[in-house]
Design a protein around this ligand. Structure first.
Ligand SMILES: NC(=O)c1ccc[n+]([C@@H]2O[C@H](COP(=O)([O-])OP(=O)(O)OC[C@H]3O[C@@H](n4cnc5c(N)ncnc54)[C@H](OP(=O)(O)O)[C@@H]3O)[C@@H](O)[C@H]2O)c1
Length: 271
């Protein structure tokens, strides 16, 4: 595969790193980024070809990965919208921007795959929600899937609007787990544990529980029930979480993030 990345920041670096570490054959990777330091760093670490402008980087590539911040995307598409041809697959990892907003800025009827990765992609443990427009061929879907799968798991959605829910759940999701670890460690420290011991207990409990949930054949409800003895300590904690309507709060939080995703897509940068 021959892939151009527009933007050589955090997410692009994670994908490039995973791609070269994967079993997939990578024929050529080109990156556009205005930062000279960014280009030098990328070229030092991986066999990539870097350019200052997107127009140079997309030439001769099978796929063009849009990996810039949402507010920069209109500028990038104004630059390359007339240069991308209908054979080139456009893969967007830009949060909140719809494929029809991208298509409107392209001169050709190029196939577009929109994706929503998350930051654990940086260590190969990401999960990406993916949506393909109808004009994407099977081979192009496979190309996009191979790229994103090199940084973790993928799920395909057949309705683009569901990507806003994916953004709220797994895109923003790492922050919720980090927050839970923070709350647990603070509670332990408040109750007298040395701060570094409380932090270690919270972190490795989260790590162990998630690894167990991933590996186990049992549903998380069953795993939770296995730890919850009637009348025991876990039940006392769970009762308190229920009294504070924890599940309802999480539901409200994911709804708020989904709604924010809708709003961002309608931001004035596209007017
Ligand atoms: N981080 C996440 O958790 C996450 C998760 C899912 C999706 N995403 C999406 O991934 C995208 C990239 O995020 P990121 O965290 O990787 O951002 P980032 O680290 O800021 O990388 C973006 C890069 O694009 C460069 N750039 C700016 N203008 C450009 C242009 N005209 N042509 C080419 N490159 C240009 C930036 O350079 P300057 O810094 O010099 O402007 C920067 O190096 C965002 O749209 C975000 O929504 C991020």
């Amino acid at each position: 595969m021959r892939i151009a990345f527009i933007g050589g920041g955090n997410m692009a670096s994670a994908l490039i790193s995973s791609l070269f570490a994967s079993r997939h054959i990578v024929d050529r990777v080109q990156v556009a980024d205005p930062g000279e330091g960014v280009r030098e760093r990328l070229q030092k670490r991986w066999p990539v070809h870097c350019f200052e402008t997107a127009a140079e980087a997309i030439q001769g590539m099978d796929a063009v990965v849009l990996a810039v911040k949402p507010q920069v995307l209109p500028v990038v598409l104004d630059e390359i919208g007339s240069l991308i041809n209908s054979e080139q697959l456009v893969i967007s990892i830009v949060a909140g921007i719809h494929t029809n907003q991208i298509a409107d800025k392209l001169e050709s009827d190029s196939p577009i795959v929109r994706t929503m990765p998350n930051t654990p992609a940086l260590i190969g443990l990401g999960i990406t929600g993916m949506y393909a427009r109808v004009n994407c061929s099977l081979a192009q879907r496979e190309l996009a899937q191979n790229l994103m799968e090199s940084a973790g798991k993928v799920v395909w959605l057949d309705k683009e609007s569901l990507l806003d829910v994916v953004t709220a759940l797994s895109g923003s999701g790492p922050a919720y787990f980090f927050y839970l670890i923070e709350c647990l460690r603070n509670a332990g420290a408040q109750l007298g544990l040395p701060a570094e011991i409380a932090a270690k207990l919270a972190l490795h409990t989260a790590h162990g529980a998630c690894a167990m949930a991933v590996q186990s054949d049992s549903d998380v409800i069953e795993l939770r029930e296995q730890v919850t003895t009637p009348g025991g300590t876990t039940e006392a904690a769970m009762d308190m979480l229920d009294m504070g309507h924890f599940e309802h709060l999480i539901d409200l939080a994911i709804r708020a993030a989904t709604e924010r995703g809708h709003q961002l897509a309608n931001d004035e940068v596209w007017e």
